[in-house]
Design a protein around this ligand. Structure first.
Ligand SMILES: Cc1cc2nc3c(=O)[nH]c(=O)nc-3n(C[C@H](O)[C@H](O)[C@H](O)COP(=O)(O)OP(=O)(O)OC[C@H]3O[C@@H](n4cnc5c(N)ncnc54)[C@H](O)[C@@H]3O)c2cc1C
Length: 375
């Protein structure tokens, strides 16, 4: 079976790896760099806290487990850091929601530990305990963080070396050739044609842009900002989350900083100044928790499109009315990707529907509009 995967972010890489492993002859066409889209500028925290409804929570948990499976499969996983994460809210008004969320996921089997400030000091001595005050502190030991570019590189290399997958960066797809309701081939911007028995769209936020010949996925993508400090003499190993601030190491001595209120400062992809207001917003927030950070410590600050299907949930399945054309697009893609890769490969290569994707089919967006039924 010939499978073309469009897009080589963390989702496309996972799908390509699993489809190749399942026996497909896989070609990956990526418009730019491997993992150069949202994946490489993602906070990349593997988690399922706050994910609702339950089926979406379960999909994220399946992703977290699949990350562990993948690490075992490779024997080592230089991209995966299962360090756990620490969470607290400064405002008392948020404590009951935190408690409710933690209790609910604990009842669903998620690892949840309420810890003391003394324990935080043991885990992460650089955190200023006065920033925590009297806040309850949750430690989620099963969570971690990923380096998505490394993840994509290792999976695609394995797909190529073990199963002869053809990986083609800088090959943007322009159109899908559909004949009599069946997707037959893709055509690149450069005019090259790749025939296929199945075509899998893994273009993340770009799924909202119509490829000629096939429908787009309705997306409600938002902008995200991630700041990277200079490499610093820090021993921080775990991510921490205080209110809407997320901080973690990047694996090479830098800290990655994300803050939801900073995301609202931009509405489109644009270059940002490392001394600008967005960088200041991020650094000011971190310095309250890690006093050693200086106001001049930002090395780079990037904007990125956060791929979000229009109802905030994963979209994975055959596109109604276009046989052989499948879409796999999701937010929380870093958490979900290794599971999604397996599930999509089962559906596309082996032809068996995967139960975990039952609630996330594209026909919830497209069937009514097109008057088409699913495959
Ligand atoms: C600021 C921020 C923080 C986040 N934090 C987290 C988090 O903590 N945990 C988590 O799980 N998720 C998080 N996410 C979401 C997660 O990063 C995404 O869900 C995930 O990266 C999506 O991966 P992807 O492979 O689908 O998309 P992408 O990485 O964007 O890959 C899509 C690829 O498709 C390519 N492409 C597009 N059009 C074409 C075309 N026509 N032809 C060929 N190639 C094409 C693009 O070049 C791109 O490389 C965050 C996202 C952002 C922005």
């Amino acid at each position: 079976m010939r499978v073309v995967v469009i897009g080589a972010g963390i989702v496309g890489s996972s799908v390509a790896y699993e489809a190749a492993k399942a026996g497909a002859q896989v070609t990956v066409l990526e418009a730019g760099r491997i993992a150069g889209g949202a994946s490489t500028t993602s906070f990349a925290w593997t988690n399922a806290t706050g994910k609702r409804p339950h089926s979406y929570y379960a999909l994220n948990v399946a992703g977290m487990r699949a990350h562990l499976d993948l690490a075992r499969e490779f024997g080592h996983a230089p991209w995966f850091h299962q360090t756990g994460s620490i969470e607290w809210y400064a405002n008392e008004a948020d404590w009951s929601a935190q408690l409710q969320n933690a209790n609910e996921v604990r009842d669903w089997g998620y690892g949840v530990e309420w810890i003391s400030k003394a324990r935080v000091a043991e885990l992460e001595p650089e955190i200023d305990l006065s920033a925590i005050g009297d806040s309850p502190i949750v430690y989620y030991p099963e969570e971690g963080w990923i380096q998505p570019a490394l993840y994509a590189a290792w999976l695609l290399r394995a797909a190529k070396e073990k199963w002869n997958a053809d990986i083609r960066p800088y090959q943007g797809v322009k159109s899908v050739d559909v004949r009599n309701g069946v997707a037959k081939a893709v055509k690149t911007v450069d005019g090259a044609v790749y025939e296929a028995d199945a075509i899998i769209n893994c273009t993340g936020g770009w799924a909202a842009h119509v490829l000629d010949g096939v429908p787009a996925i309705p997306m409600a993508s938002t902008m995200g900002i991630i700041g990277f400090t200079f490499p610093l003499a820090t021993t921080l190993r775990r991510q921490f989350h205080m209110d809407d601030l997320d901080v973690r190491p990047d694996g090479a001595g830098r800290l990655m900083i994300h803050k939801i209120s900073a995301d609202a400062l931009v509405t489109e992809m644009q270059p940002l100044d490392t001394a600008g207001r967005e960088a200041k917003h991020l650094l000011d927030a971190v310095r309250k928790v890690l006093p050693a950070i200086q106001a001049i410590d930002m090395e780079s600050i990037r904007t990125v499109i956060r791929p979000i299907p229009s109802d905030n949930l994963t979209c994975s399945g055959w596109i109604p009315g276009v046989e052989g054309y499948y879409v796999a697009v999701t937010h929380s893609g870093v958490s979900i990707a290794p599971h999604l890769g397996k599930a999509v490969a089962q559906e596309v290569v082996r032809g068996h529907a995967h139960e975990s994707l039952h609630d996330f089919r594209p026909d919830r967006f497209l069937a009514a509009k097109n008057g088409m039924s699913g495959r």
